[in-house]
Design a protein around this ligand. Sequence first.
Ligand code: PLP
Length: 384
Amino acid sequence: MINKNLDKLDKDNTFSLVNKKLKAFKIANPNKKVVSLGIGDVSKPICKPVIDAMHKAVDELADMKTFSGYGNYYGIEKLRDVIIKNDYKDFGFSIDEVYVSDGTKTDSTSILELFDKDAKILLGNPLYPIYKNGCLALNKNIEELPLNKDYKLSVPNKHFDIIYLCSPNNPIGNAYTYDELTRWIKYALKNKSVILFDNVYEPFISSKDVPHSIYEIKGAKKCAIEFRSFSKKASFTGLRCSYFIIPKQLDKNVNYYWKERTLNRFNGASYVAQAGAIATYSKQAKKIQKQNINEYKKNARFLKKSFIELGFEVIGGDDAPFMWLKIKEKSWKFFDFCLNKLNVVVIPGVIFGANGEYHVRISALGKLEDSKIAIERFKKYYEK
Ligand code: PLP
């Protein structure tokens, strides 16, 4: 007896359809060079200090004196300690409030196991589709609300138990400000809701009015769980390692229940990946990682400026590696046009929800030289 909820997931508007169309195009046109502005993956390798730390960890596993088997289910203490000291140093968290895992894709929906089936969950539309699909697969009680004129989710005037906020946002590429998050925290405290705050794009924040953590907002420790990842920050998309904070101040002892759940459902992230994650906080690694992020940000600035010059309305791109382009056609039609006529990949907005129609997502995680080629092709077409 298959879980029939899995049939509720959107089968038509998926990243796999993007890949299928791309593959078919490449087979039919082997001589055409396709460039991608759709890439959600990183295009820079893991830096040497991190690689060296992982080589050392592998060697430790080869010797019974240093071998490490089943580890701490919640993450190696040293890693949780450096996470607090670097990313959360002003907030007074203890190691007991930090959980290490194998990716925010997993964490952002595993967390749903904590909550009752009747808990009312709020999602924005459009949004990173994984949250909704995770909710649907588990038959959760969801409602989607459209974004406001700033392409953000406004505080609703009715009750929700759980709210997904993604900031900096995928797919829009914008981020919530101190004022906006203060309104959300007030709402959550008043409604006794929990905010699931996906902050995986934190390293890309540069605007002064955007906080680097939701815990910068007063009261957030009582109502927010924050997720972060080494994926984009340190190119761990293939290696896999992430972390999140469940403050002990959260109502109903959420932290305690998460420990109970995890003891029974997870054996911890890989030892080697965690050794690499510790090394991402070394001085040299931080420097290289920062340079990489700056290069993605330079690419984002180039893409944003170019699309604006081409006459598009562009949202985001300042605090995230994504931007959201308004288009006149339906998003798959525009995708097909870009692929077939310009040999450029963009991501149809409808993949992120029905309200993403008439938009496409552009990513700056690729290479600047590819962005330049793509923009030249757009220019040639639009300036004809
Ligand atoms: N959250 C958001 C908003 C994302 O865009 C992504 C990846 O694209 C993830 C989470 C996944 O992160 P991880 O690689 O840590 O699973």
